[in-house]
Design a protein around this ligand. Sequence first.
Ligand SMILES: Nc1nc2c(ncn2[C@@H]2O[C@H](COP(=O)(O)OP(=O)(O)OP(=O)(O)O)[C@@H](O)[C@H]2O)c(=O)[nH]1
Ligand SMILES: [Mg+2]
Length: 289
Amino acid sequence: MENINWYPGHMKKTRELIGQNLGLVDAVVEVCDARIPVSSRNPVLDELLSSKGRLAGRRLLVLNKSDLADEAETRRWTAALGAGGGTTVLSLDAMRGAGVKRLVDRLSAMGVRRLMIVGVPNAGKSSLINRLAGRRTAAVGDRPGVTRGKQWLTLPGGMQLLDTPGILWPKFEDPQAGLNLAFCGSIRDEIMDLQDLGFELVRVLLREYPALLSGRYGVEAGPDEAADEALGVMDAIGRRRGFLLAGGRVDLERVARTVLDEFRAGKIGRVTLEKAPPARSEAESQDPQ
Ligand SMILES: Nc1nc2c(ncn2[C@@H]2O[C@H](COP(=O)(O)OP(=O)(O)OP(=O)(O)O)[C@@H](O)[C@H]2O)c(=O)[nH]1
Ligand SMILES: [Mg+2]
């Protein structure tokens, strides 16, 4: 996946392919990353679906990797993204299978016969396909490939699933989205160097989840995102872990890699990088009278 170039020709081809495949199904499941429910989506799906009026109301959005995301945020996102009524939103952990039955029940209740899965790279499309199929059919962690012929998987229960998911390319134009995708391992190493990336992640965690950061690394971490503070925290992490270079300087590259790896593996804690709009009842209760 790291080697993919989302040059315009490739995007156009992917868009056409997804468009064609949407014509073959009666429901579409979009998989996004629950930690970044904005950055891990792409409006091109809206565009493609608007020309497929028959799929109105037959769209499901899966907030995957919910095991790694902040539960309260996932609840808010589920409510907010489903608010219009046009999309059914469900949270899921495709790695362990939590939520998959709910998804299948939902699809059955909708009378779905043929469906396809779409999503940005690394969102968990193959993992979900394997979960739905009840066996390992799609290569997990594989690089997105190009379809050769249509293959349908018959799911237990009789539903037909297109075995090749549609790849929605990530939003490279928006630098923050690029960072978020890189933090979550979707476009690793392409956006910027590892040390900068780790530094940016420490800044975000300092601002949003300082207690998790100090809990994991035992360093003082206040909710101050000043650059000095993030650098100071990285330095302290390096000293505690003994990541030292000759002369006693901290190996910041190693600190960055460690924080990124541990974040991606969920070791720092459950984190949602994009905050959901407050649920209506919360917003109302905060309204000054
Ligand atoms: N913690 C966690 N990890 C997950 C979950 N779903 C998938 N993963 C992991 O995320 C990585 C990507 O999963 P894939 O299923 O290969 O994702 P994909 O969307 O098919 O990726 P591409 O084929 O590259 O587009 C793998 O390491 C999976 O094990 C989940 O719900 N929770
Ligand atoms: Mg895949």
